[in-house]
Design a binder for this molecule. Structure first.
Ligand SMILES: [Zn+2]
Length: 301
């Protein structure tokens, strides 16, 4: 159990601490989600109506029991249940990436026509939330999927396609299990590249190739309809890659910048809220509110 703990700490460090940096002449854009969260002054403690924004939640791995100190990205099945129940109770409607894509395309149209370019409030008639899960661990299938079926909640999983095919690293679900989730109508699988190498660790062309290979593998192994979406490994991206992915026909690109979707959010740079170990339903709701306050700070996109 001790050793497994270390593995999860490594995931937490890999996936949760991000910063802006220049590597190999590229400006890599990412955010330190944890630290930014703390920088809210009391003056900004106003409550933003949840119909003014859309939170996208980011999970990774699930466990039956609490894995102990330091396992920052492991959610217990009981925590996930409590979070879904609290969101439902608070009146949130869980939406798929297809629905999110439609909402963001409408918003983009209005923004481009300059008919609705002011402010950040989405002014929706309803509270929406999206569940995303990164990496494709077996625990998604064993522990989270049953709850998505039970509560009729759509969820989107970004898979590292080579590690599904070759079953490398921490145990992943198989393509067959992935198809079973897709067939339930509750889950869809999307691209997290073929190899999970973040863009600052290789040349941009190699990164784009890994994205294309990820897309090919999804098409070869799954029968599913839907939009084209990618979560950047470790949340890092470059503006060049963003443009190229747009040309490749991607509808939605997800980062790990801490925040919520506002009217000014680009669908090629979608922020997410990393759900941390130990959050019950109330804690999740409070973290969503805090993320919203941060996103609505004047000057922030
Ligand atoms: Zn990842």
């Amino acid at each position: 159990m001790k050793d497994r703990g270390k593995v999860f700490v490594a995931i937490a460090l890999l996936c949760c601490f991000f910063f802006q940096q220049t590597v190999w002449g590229k400006t890599v854009v990412a955010m330190d989600s944890m630290k930014e969260q703390e920088q809210i002054s009391p003056a900004e403690e106003t409550v933003i109506p949840p119909t003014d924004y859309i939170p996208v939640l980011m999970y990774h791995h699930f466990a039956i029991r609490d894995m102990g100190e330091g396992n920052g990205v492991v959610t217990t099945q009981a925590e996930l249940r409590a979070q879904i129940a609290s969101l439902k109770e608070a009146g949130y409607e869980f939406i798929s990436l297809e629905t999110l894509d439609r909402l963001l395309q409408q918003m983009e149209k209005k923004r481009n026509q300059k008919t609705d370019n002011e402010g950040k409030s989405l002014g929706l008639g309803q509270k929406y939330v999206c569940i995303t899960i990164d990496d494709g661990y077996l625990s998604n299938y064993e522990l989270a999927f049953p709850l998505f079926k039970e509560y009729r909640v759509p969820a989107s999983i970004f898979v590292v396609t080579d590690s599904i095919t070759q079953q490398t690293g921490l145990k992943k679900f198989t393509w067959k299990q992935g198809q079973k989730m897709v067939d339930s109508g509750m889950v869809k699988l999307y691209n997290h590249t073929a190899n999970h190498i973040p863009i600052d660790m290789e040349i941009e062309e190699a990164f784009l190739l890994a994205v294309a290979q990820g897309e090919q593998a999804l098409q070869a192994h799954l029968r599913q309809e839907g939009c084209k979406a990618l979560a950047y490994p470790n949340g890092r991206f470059t503006l060049y890659a963003q443009k190229e992915l747009e040309k490749m026909g991607f509808d939605l690109l997800f980062t790990v910048e801490h925040g919520v979707i506002t009217k000014q959010t680009s669908r090629y740079e979608i922020p997410r809220i990393a759900v941390e170990s130990g959050w019950d339903g109330q804690a999740l709701l409070e973290h969503i509110e805090r993320a919203a306050r941060k996103s609505f700070v004047p000057g922030k996109r």
